[in-house]
Ligand binder design. Structure first.
Ligand code: NAD
Ligand code: DAU
Length: 336
């Protein structure tokens, strides 16, 4: 099978490439990635010299490039990860989110349609909005209610993918997943930011009162869920993927502090994220009952594995944090 993976140099995309090439070593993978600030080819050192792995630096909003690529290659499957993914950046600079997440996805759908290529769209639970404390968890029937430019752009992309199924019978599936954590996580997000700051003995900026809740899933479990949907999912369907690990940001923070032998003095309570979604939770019974997937890594184990990874791969995150990232960090946290 020949697979086009978009955004394969990012956090989840690179984990997915490692996962797939280990499990299906006969398949051929083409990784198309623009290498934005979040794309990092050093995530792919282990596979970069394999004869069945190819990297193309390119932008999914570049129609000409896509046309050339699809003329040359005949893909059996597209797994679409490429996106602008950070909520805070979408608040300060939304334009690129609309361009990449909406127009970029649309360009890929056009290409897929020409060739009737099977298309899996990797999306997020954020499209469903924000839950109150006792609300039932999101499921596939929850109405869309995105509240940040990021989630609105992902919601738009989901609608387009579904429209291509209903209108043109393009063979698609969609997954809406909760918060991932694990190796190669870009240190702008809560988990890697807090772990790496603490490893550098720097304070950690907790938004608002720290009571916002997220559901956490170890990234390899997400990769396995996408694999399950590709192999066993029903065309045209959406699957919600969750970690069964609802935690407040404060709980996560205290856990990380304890594992790194630090105390709460390292926490700096800072101004809240505008429009901060207070709670996400996922009911993943559809993928569990119909396809037999459920998370396999507990939060306890996942967090230890993740801290281990960041502790032994300091060169990876230090080279990111020393570069342009510093400018972003100083600006992002200046007014907090
Ligand atoms: P990431 O920001 O780490 O990586 C995104 C990758 O996409 C980068 O390699 C970047 O260079 C590439 N990219 C960005 N714009 C591009 C463009 N115009 N053309 C080609 N490549 C481009 O993101 P991530 O956390 O790995 O998320 C991957 C996907 O999973 C996204 O679609 C995101 O919405 C979704 N998702 C993420 C999470 C999470 O917790 N991180 C949870 C659910 C769903
Ligand atoms: O739910 C899935 C989504 O999870 C994905 O679609 C997004 O791509 C991904 O970035 C993630 O979004 P969040 O906004 O939930 O993740 P983030 O790590 O940015 O924030 C997690 C929680 O931690 C959130 O409640 C905000 C809080 N936070 C975050 C940062 C960066 C802080 O308190 N301080 C921080 O410095």
């Amino acid at each position: 099978m020949k697979i086009l993976i978009t955004g394969g140099a990012g956090f989840i995309g690179s984990n997915f490439i490692h996962y797939w090439m280990k499990k299906y070593s006969q398949d051929e993978i083409v990784n198309l990635d623009k290498l934005t600030y979040a794309g990092n080819l050093s995530n792919l050192r282990i596979v970069e010299n394999l004869p069945n792995y190819h990297f193309i630096k390119g932008d999914i909003t570049d129609k000409k490039l896509l046309e050339k690529l699809f003329k040359k290659e005949n893909f059996d499957l597209i797994v679409h990860f490429a996106a602008e993914s950070h909520v805070d950046r979408s608040i300060t600079d939304p334009d690129i989110f609309l361009k990449t997440n909406i127009l970029g996805t649309h360009n890929l759908l056009c290409m897929a349609l020409k060739n009737r290529t099977r298309f899996h769209h990797v999306s997020t639970d954020e499209v469903f909005g924000s839950l109150k404390k006792n609300d039932p968890a999101f499921n596939e029937k929850t109405p869309y209610d995105p509240r940040s430019p990021y989630s609105a752009s992902k919601a738009a992309s989901d609608h387009l993918v579904r429209a291509y199924f209903h209108t043109y019978e393009l063979p698609i599936t969609i997954s809406n997943c909760s918060n991932n954590y694990g190796p190669f996580h870009f240190p702008e997000k809560l988990f890697p930011l807090f772990i790496t700051n603490l490893l550098e003995n720097k304070k950690i900026p907790l938004y608002g009162d720290g009571e916002a809740v997220r559901d956490w899933l170890y990234v390899e479990d997400h990769c396995r869920a996408i694999d399950t949907i590709i192999k066993k999912g029903k065309i045209g369907e959406t699957y919600c993927i969750g970690g069964n690990s609802e935690k407040s940001n404060k709980e996560v923070t205290y856990k990380i502090l304890a594992l790194l032998d630090k105390n709460e003095k390292m926490i700096e309570f800072v101004k809240d994220r505008p429009g901060h979604d207070q709670r996400y939770a996922i009911d993943f019974s559809k993928i569990k009952n119909e396809l037999g997937w459920e998370p396999s890594v507990s939060f306890e184990d996942g967090i230890k594995k993740t801290i281990d990874w960041f502790s032994t791969n300091k060169a990876w995150w230090k080279s990111i944090k020393n570069g342009k990232y510093k400018e972003y960090y100083d600006k992002q946290y200046a007014n907090h």
